[in-house]
Every structure is written in structure tokens, then in C-alpha cells.
Design a protein around this ligand. Structure first.
Ligand SMILES: [Zn+2]
Length: 365
């Protein structure tokens, strides 16, 4: 009987790969499985059964620890945590809450927001503004024409990204040292967005890239020196060999085996301005919202610098991360000390995430 494709069977699934695929998977990932046990008093049984389905599910819990040996990103998967009772606070109608802020300053950016020193970039679906309280010397806001950020389509997302990249080139013209761009989207408060109206953000920094981007460049460069092959291609091939890839035109995309938090997707494109990359990101976000019920998410674009630098970026593609930040009605933060300082704890199974985005509907198994 074939091994069921789920994260708790990851070690067995890797063992079942062809020798070449298995060697590559074991080169990049360290996988170990453990069982957490407990002994609940009789008085708790009814509550446990109601909350988690059965007492057996709780008394022996399978936990899979996945560590990316190259980048030292790591995740602990425990499906049981997804059915853990949470304080969901007041129930709220998200659409109503979003609609209630219509007419905010981002609905009329020309009067409601400042421009950058180089003016605004205006596109078909968005206009840029200058962020009032800046992360960095250059910090712009990509203000979407749509108030509701969840009314997204691949075309609109491609428009948002295109405006952000044009903003990066304007910043470089204004300051030739501001070579390192970063593009991000915090959708709704749960993902760190302070304003509901649809918006992404873009920054440009000097000197060296942001430390997490630079750390990935160094890890990939060391990998190439040691193994003589491209880290990003190998990473994608490991995910594809296990069936975690999501086929999309012009990019490589997969549900990550070492997600930073729930349902993390990685999209690798040749270069940031390639429209098939931003459209693929838009298609995945559409699947996120419609197939997986995600409402709050982060998107981050890791891009090479726009001008010549001392570091070698020649092998660095554009890497886009997409992650679910949980239910906006939930008052418990999705990240605590474990995620900030040790390893990520994740409930969603990447095999289910890939299936839901590939088939267009979530798998309930
Ligand atoms: Zn608005």
C-alpha cells in the first residue's frame, strides 16, 4: 500500500523517492518524527473528545520536525493544534468591517496621502504614496484602487507589483545608492496592516540588502560552492518530487516543507518584472482566499539589487513568500516566543495546501 501523502509521513515519503531525489531531499532537509504523550484524567475526556475528535488523538500526538539544513529554517508540524480551542473573541462580519472604513484617506490618495519626493507612480489598479512614518529612507505605499483588499485578481496583483517596481526605479534615480528594493503586502490587521484599505508597501535600502534577504543569498552561494548546483532549483525539485509543487505558467511554486507559519507558499521567478511571476502570485492569492478561506496574509518579494554591488547576485532569482496569518476574528496571536526565537509551529499540512491550490478546492481529509 502506498504511503498516504501527509506531513506526518514525510520520512517514509522521502524514503520512497528515487535514489537521486532522496539524496537531494536529505541533503536539504533533516526530518525527524516524535510522539508526544499525555495522561488525561477521566473528567477531561468529554471535553477532549468534543474539542479534538477523540481522546486517542490527544494521548499520542505525532510531531514532525523539519529543518532546512542550508538556511536553518525549521518547522514543527502537529495537525492536532489546528483543532485546539482558541479564544475567537467577538464574532465579526469581516465584509461589514471592511466596508465600514470606506471613504478613508486611501480612497482618495491624491488628497489623503503624501507623494514621494519623486512624485507618484500611477498604474491601472494602484497609485503610490509616500509612507508617513518610514521604515527606511525610501518607503512607499502602493494604494490599491480597490478599498477591499480581498477583491483581488491576478491582473490586479500584477498591476500592484508593476507599480511597486516602477517606484523602486524612481527611488534609484533619486538616490543611486538606494539599490536594494523590498516589496511587501500585509493584508488586514492580523497580518500587521494598520489600514484596512488595500495596500502593499515598497522600500529601498542602501549599503547591503535587508539581513534576511542577504542571509538567503549567502546560504545559496555557500550551497553552490559546496555542491556545485543551484540551491533554488534543488529546493524546488525536492518539493516537486514529493508532489508539493503547484504548476503555474512561467514560475516554480510549491507549498513549503519548512513554512514560517501556516500554509506558506514559495514562488520562484526569473526576475521581478516578469508579468508571469506577479500573475502567478495573484493566482495563488486568489486560491488562498477562495479555496482555503484565508483572509489575512503576508506577501514578501526577495529581489536582487537594481544596480551594481560588491556582492554576487548573479544566481539569485526573485523569491516570493506568501503566508496565512490566521482568522482576523481570533484574538490570540499566531506567533509567540517559539516562532520568534526557536522554530515555527504549524498545523496546516503542506500536502493539503498544495492539493487545495492545484484542484481548486480544499481537501477535507
Ligand atoms: Zn478606502
Amino acid at each position: 500500500m502506498p504511503t498516504k501523502r501527509k506531513i506526518t509521513n514525510l520520512s517514509a515519503l522521502i524514503s520512497g523517492l528515487s535514489p537521486e531525489d532522496r539524496a537531494l531531499a536529505e541533503r536539504i532537509f533533516d526530518v525527524s518524527t516524535t510522539t508526544g504523550r499525555l495522561d488525561p484524567p477521566e473528567a477531561m475526556h468529554a471535553w477532549i473528545s468534543k474539542s479534538f475528535g477523540s481522546v486517542d488523538r490527544v494521548t499520542a500526538q505525532r510531531i514532525v520536525k523539519v529543518t532546512n539544513r542550508i538556511t536553518l529554517e525549521g518547522t514543527l508540524f502537529n495537525e492536532l493544534r489546528a483543532s485546539r480551542p482558541l479564544d475567537t473573541g467577538v464574532s465579526l462580519d469581516l465584509d461589514r468591517e471592511i466596508a465600514a472604513t470606506e471613504g478613508d484617506p486611501f480612497c482618495h490618495p491624491e488628497e489623503g496621502t503624501p507623494a514621494d519626493v519623486f512624485g507618484r507612480v500611477e498604474g491601472e489598479h494602484a497609485t503610490t504614496a509616500s509612507n508617513v512614518a518610514k521604515y527606511d529612507g525610501f518607503h512607499g505605499v502602493i494604494v490599491f484602487d480597490d478599498h477591499n483588499p480581498l477583491h483581488l485578481t491576478p491582473e490586479k496583483v500584477a498591476g500592484y507589483v508593476s507599480v511597486g517596481l516602477q517606484w523602486g526605479r524612481k527611488a534609484l534615480e533619486a538616490d543611486p545608492k538606494a539599490r536594494y528594493p523590498f516589496l511587501m503586502w500585509n493584508c488586514l490587521w492580523r497580518a500587521g496592516g494598520s489600514i484596512i484599505h488595500g495596500h502593499a508597501q515598497v522600500t529601498a535600502t542602501r549599503g547591503t540588502h535587508y539581513p534576511k534577504v542577504e542571509r538567503l543569498r549567502r546560504a545559496a552561494s555557500a550551497y553552490k560552492t559546496e555542491h556545485g548546483s543551484d540551491y533554488f532549483s534543488d529546493l524546488n525539485n525536492v518539493h516537486a518530487s514529493l508532489g508539493l509543487d503547484i504548476p503555474l505558467e512561467g514560475v516554480r511554486a510549491f507549498a513549503s516543507l519548512s513554512p514560517i507559519k501556516e500554509k506558506e507558499l514559495v514562488v520562484i521567478g526569473d526576475e521581478p518584472a516578469d508579468p508571469s511571476l506577479s500573475r502567478a502570485v495573484g493566482a495563488l492569492l486568489e486560491g488562498y482566499v477562495h479555496n482555503l478561506g484565508v483572509r489575512a496574509f503576508n506577501v514578501a518579494f526577495y529581489m536582487p539589487p537594481l544596480g551594481p554591488t560588491q556582492e554576487d547576485w548573479s544566481d539569485f532569482p526573485t523569491v516570493v513568500y506568501i503566508v496565512d496569518r490566521g482568522d482576523p476574528a481570533n484574538r490570540t496571536s499566531d506567533m509567540g516566543a517559539m516562532e520568534l526565537y526557536a522554530a515555527s509551529v504549524v498545523a496546516s499540512d503542506p500536502f493539503r495546501v498544495a492539493e487545495a491550490l492545484r484542484n481548486g478546492s480544499p481537501d477535507s481529509s
